[in-house]
Design a protein around this ligand. Structure first.
Ligand code: PEP
Length: 284
């Protein structure tokens, strides 16, 4: 799959938010905006355009993914059906089925209409004890189920302040992608999310983010070669908003965003995608 497009990729992680009615309304707004001028727009005529989102034709070139809580997957799948919007789960367990109360497997997510799944989000690591090894097992299970894992990595503030950011990134990459072939890595999306910037309103500066993104791409190049590094999709996450999306997107190794809080607002989320696409279409 070398040559996979690095056109902007914007994913909205709704975390543990939204009831079914709210989820449906938000998904329909995003689908209407994202699908307006897609090459398959004729198939999306069933999607009524809600008010409040001014759809721009440019969004057809941006990969847009919604990641609702498990309870809303069915509702969101129905709301975005026929549109260009993809669907993802927030987590998965590595076994396919069995006595694992509370867990959801890769095949189940596929069944629910997902093409993507978050793996190793910092909230899973910090609040639920996920280790780098568990993240690697989950990423492998996602690939086995035919899902694209969005593997989240990033340092905490003490690691950044202690000059250990790149070392921490190396550890997370090595264990999170342990045993992966070149073909496996070409199916993965990596999200660099400095933990100190998630939900805090603090964003890494474009230069701070680019330093880590370039490092990640460099590590992929060392292990898997130029083609794989060239098509690696590396997202930034951490308090992204429409206002900071453009300058971050101008950095050459930032391919899009994993968005938390701002993805709960259709206008803000679509605004981020538009700004990412604007930067992408200009010379980086
Ligand atoms: C996230 O949850 O991955 C995230 C980046 O959150 P926020 O955008 O709210 O910082």
């Amino acid at each position: 799959m070398a040559g996979r497009s690095r056109g902007p990729f914007v994913a909205g992680n709704w975390k543990m938010n939204l009831g079914l009615g709210e989820a449906r309304a938000l998904a329909r707004k995003v689908a209407a905006a994202a699908s307006e001028a897609s090459p398959d727009a004729s198939k999306t005529s069933a999607i009524e355009k809600p008010s409040g989102v001014e759809a721009g034709p440019e969004l057809s070139d941006c990969t847009v993914v919604l990641i609702p809580p498990f309870t809303a997957l069915g509702t969101v799948a129905a709301a975005v059906a026929g549109s260009a919007v993809g669907l993802g789960g927030q987590d998965l367990f590595w076994e396919d089925q069995g006595a694992y109360t509370g867990e959801v497997s890769g095949p189940m997510l596929r069944d629910a209409g997902c093409a993507y799944v978050l793996v190793g989000h910092s909230e899973r690591r910090q609040l639920f004890g996920e280790t780098d090894e568990m993240v690697g097992r989950k990423a492998r299970a996602a690939l086995k189920a035919g899902l694209t894992p969005i593997v989240c990595i990033g340092e905490v503030l003490a690691e950044r302040d202690g000059g250990r950011t790149l070392g921490r990134i190396d550890d997370q990459l090595a264990r999170g992608l342990d045993g992966f072939s070149k073909e496996d890595v070409e199916r993965v999306v990596i999200a660099y999310e400095p933990v100190w910037a998630i939900g805090t309103g603090r964003t890494a500066s474009p230069a701070q983010a680019e330093e880590v993104h370039a490092h990640i791409r460099g590590r992929i190049r060392e292990s898997y070669g130029n083609d794989t590094a060239g098509c690696a999709i590396i997202l930034y996450g951490g308090s992204v908003k429409p206002a900071n999306s453009y300058p971050l997107s101008k950095e050459k190794d930032i391919d899009g965003f994993l968005v938390g809080g701002a993805s709960l607002d259709a206008d803000g989320f679509i605004g981020i995608a538009r700004e990412a696409l604007r930067a992408y279409r200009e010379e980086k």
